[in-house]
Design a protein around this ligand. Structure first.
Ligand SMILES: C[S@@+](CC[C@H](N)C(=O)[O-])C[C@H]1O[C@@H](n2cnc3c(N)ncnc32)[C@H](O)[C@@H]1O
Length: 227
């Protein structure tokens, strides 16, 4: 039996797979492609690295890595999202981040974007992600942030009022995403205030962990190295 959070994520993403790329760009004001590219640059990957892209979705990160000549496997628990990644040329593996179907130390690097908010136990998931990376290999993540001050107030207004409205207008599943996202991002950062996420990565066996805020704190990326 799957944990509730896995079922929630599956239900959220199945209906939006077809136009995920278009609306995720528009609703983030074209910022999230920039966050993915910055994370990849921050990893400083050796040429021709073997990489596992977890929660690959429709393959946005996978494609950027492939364009740099890396060998990438895209893993996601959503059949619908993964099908789009495969249509775009990804080598796709259906599976859960919490139980990766790969032997330990199989990859030079691992990326995951917008994943940890959808797992029940982020520490044990982080350990599982680190398990499949070789010692000295790197891990990179992108996540939504929570801006502070005036931007924080605007961000709150946007996520609580504009996103649900936009979701209603777009329809076919975006209404759930529009209402789910703001409170879910808030709950995540309440769980990991300050350097909480950095500490989690370190506890999972990573060092040289760095966090970079982008777009006035609306997005963040993190990189680290497997010890
Ligand atoms: C917001 S989408 C992000 C997709 C892609 N990473 C991107 O940057 O566009 C989140 C993805 O995480 C996947 N996901 C959520 N929980 C997961 C889990 N426990 N294991 C594997 N994939 C998961 C969802 O199916 C969805 O495709």
């Amino acid at each position: 039996m799957l944990p509730e959070i896995n079922r929630t994520a599956r239900q959220l993403f199945a209906p939006i797979a077809a136009d995920y790329g278009v609306w995720s760009r528009l609703l983030s004001f074209w910022q999230d492609p920039r966050w993915r590219r910055s994370m990849i640059r921050g990893l400083r990957l050796p040429p021709n690295s073997r990489i596992l892209d977890v929660a690959a979705g429709t393959g946005e990160v996978t494609r950027l890595l492939q364009q740099e000549g890396h060998q990438v496997i895209s893993l996601d628990q959503s059949r619908e999202m993964l099908r789009r990644a495969a249509d775009g040329g990804a080598v796709a593996a259906l599976g859960r981040a919490e139980e990766l179907p790969f032997a330990g130390e199989s990859f030079d690097a691992l990326t995951f974007t917008y994943l940890l908010r959808y797992v029940e136990d982020p520490l044990s998931c982080m350990r599982e992600l680190a398990r499949v990376v070789r010692p000295g290999g790197s891990i990179g993540m992108v996540e939504f942030g929570r801006p502070r001050g005036l931007w924080g107030a605007l961000w709150r207004f946007y996520t609580r009022n504009c996103l649900p409205l936009a979701g209603k207008y777009i329809g076919h599943g975006w209404e759930q995403v529009g209402t789910f996202l703001g409170p879910n991002i808030d709950a995540f950062w309440r769980r990991f205030p300050g350097d909480g996420l950095i500490e989690l990565w370190e506890e999972a066996g990573l060092d040289r962990v760095e966090r970079t805020n982008m777009s006035l704190g609306g997005g963040i990326f993190m990189t680290g190295r497997k010890k």
